[in-house]
Design a protein around this ligand. Structure first.
Ligand code: UD1
Length: 422
């Protein structure tokens, strides 16, 4: 668990990690590339470990060279075992890559954060249009592409990030041209396509809602630097905000942060973007963050909703959240309430009446970003907060507690009951 003695006042500088949501599809993409790939700025996360175990199971050799992950691709197998599939939701993006490379793939339904139903119907429909035959039996997906992947026109009924990545991965080495209409526009898709194009792919329009993929015969591994993690960035910004802090974050892509700036401005923070750095200075007491509606990029990201709710919990006035992406993404509200926050949840809406002071208490992280929100709130709370379920947080943050401690918070990870640590 993570133990926080608050309230903290954060100050100093921090380098932001590489993006988890970019690294996972990039690792799936290495399946398509002959030879060696070196991913620089690769974050050390338990989800990345899971992806590495999937790659090793498939026959690749992976090793770390300081902050870089080296993947030597050699496929000997086209199955992903159920325990690795259950480890995380994005294991499903391996499907497109494996079936394209091997002509077949066998895997089970993916796991990941419990954010309500997370179907994969869009992935399956799109892959079937590309010529993949998919049969399901007992939770196992048997996939075959007897004629190879055939380029086609795919119109997604929702701009799903994972489905867009899966279609790109399946079709980059294919016969013909694939056009994706209503593709997801998230920056992580741009990063994936930049890597694929550097490996010899011909993908156009990444970051726009129409992506065109001219199939090529083969790809060759290359060196690539993973983009900065925009959700980790906003997490540290929220931590600075709730503590009246003054923090500079380095290795930030400031264009990716723009859709998330409004609540910080509403709350009265001064945010200065300077090249690849961002400085945030927060007032003693925040204002309400007002109105947050989660939307696909370039709207406000659902992954940033929990940490911004921690800001709203201590802001002066009422804030309203509307969660439009996932059905069950307010689990952190219960933990925040335990810390003294006033939150009412009605379906996809949450109304937060900011309080002057939160009080430390034992709470449990139920998912990755919800866990980060509890840590952020714990920094603002008077007294000791214990956040259990740290394994969720480790899925997406390299060293959340250590980084916050470097900024001056009294926070640490403990294996055992914190009483014994005194
Ligand atoms: C990715 C991110 C996750 C982020 C989410 C939305 C990764 C590893 N994860 O998840 O952190 O919260 O984007 O920005 O990149 N849906 C369907 N059918 C499908 C696929 C999706 O109904 O076949 C629905 C989902 O249930 C959800 C919505 O579409 O309600 C968005 O899902 P999607 O964009 O696919 O998110 P992920 O790729 O799973």
């Amino acid at each position: 668990m993570i133990v926080i003695d608050g309230p903290a006042e954060l100050s100093g500088e921090l380098k932001v990690q590489g993006a988890k949501n970019s690294t996972l599809p990039l690792l799936a993409a290495t399946v398509l590339c002959r030879g060696q790939t070196v991913l620089h700025n690769c974050p050390r996360l338990s989800d990345v470990d899971t992806a590495v175990r999937i790659l090793e199971h498939l026959g690749s050799r992976c090793h770390w060279e300081e902050g870089s992950l080296v993947v030597d691709n050699s496929m000997t197998c086209c199955q992903v075992p159920p325990d690795l599939m259950r480890g995380m939701r994005s294991s499903i993006v391996f499907l497109g890559a494996i079936v394209s490379r091997c002509g077949e793939a066998e895997l089970t339904f993916p796991g990941g954060c419990e954010l309500g139903p997370r179907p994969i119907d869009l992935h399956i429909e799109a892959l079937e249009k590309l010529g993949v035959e998919i049969q399901e039996s007992g939770g196992c997906l048997h996939c075959r592409a007897p004629e190879g992947i055939q380029g086609t026109y795919i119109s997604l009924s929702f701009p799903s990030v994972g489905a867009t990545e899966n279609v790109i991965l399946a079709s980059v080495c294919s016969q013909g041209t694939t056009i994706i209409a209503n593709a997801a526009r998230e920056p992580e898709i741009i990063d994936l396509c930049a890597y694929l194009n550097r490996c010899g792919g011909r993908v156009y329009g990444a970051g726009e809602s129409c992506v065109i993929i001219d199939g090529v015969k083969e790809l060759f591994g290359c060196e690539h630097t993973v983009m900065p993690d925009r959700i980790a960035t906003v997490t540290y910004m929220a931590a600075a905000a709730v503590t009246g802090g003054n923090v500079t974050l380095r290795d930030v892509d400031n264009t990716h942060i723009l859709p998330m700036l409004s609540p910080f401005e509403q709350a009265g923070c001064s945010v200065r973007q300077l090249g690849r750095a961002l400085n945030i200075m927060a007032p003693r007491r925040l204002n309400a963050v007002r109105h947050i509606r989660t939307m696909p990029y370039p709207g406000f990201p659902t992954d940033a909703q929990p940490v911004v709710m921690s800001m709203a919990a201590v802001g002066r006035g009422t804030s309203i959240f509307v969660e439009n992406i996932f059905e069950n993404r307010y689990k952190h509200a219960e933990g925040l309430q335990r810390l003294g926050a006033k939150i009412k949840v009605e379906g996809k809406v949450a109304i937060v009446e900011g309080v002057e002071q939160l009080r430390g208490a034992p709470v449990t992280a139920c998912d990755l970003r919800g866990g980060a929100a509890l840590v952020v709130a714990g920094l603002a709370a008077q007294g000791r907060t214990l956040v259990e379920g740290e394994e969720h947080i480790r899925r997406g943050y390299e060293d959340l507690a250590g980084s916050l401690a470097d900024l001056g918070a009294r926070i640490r990870e403990v294996e055992d009951s914190p009483g014994k640590m005194e």
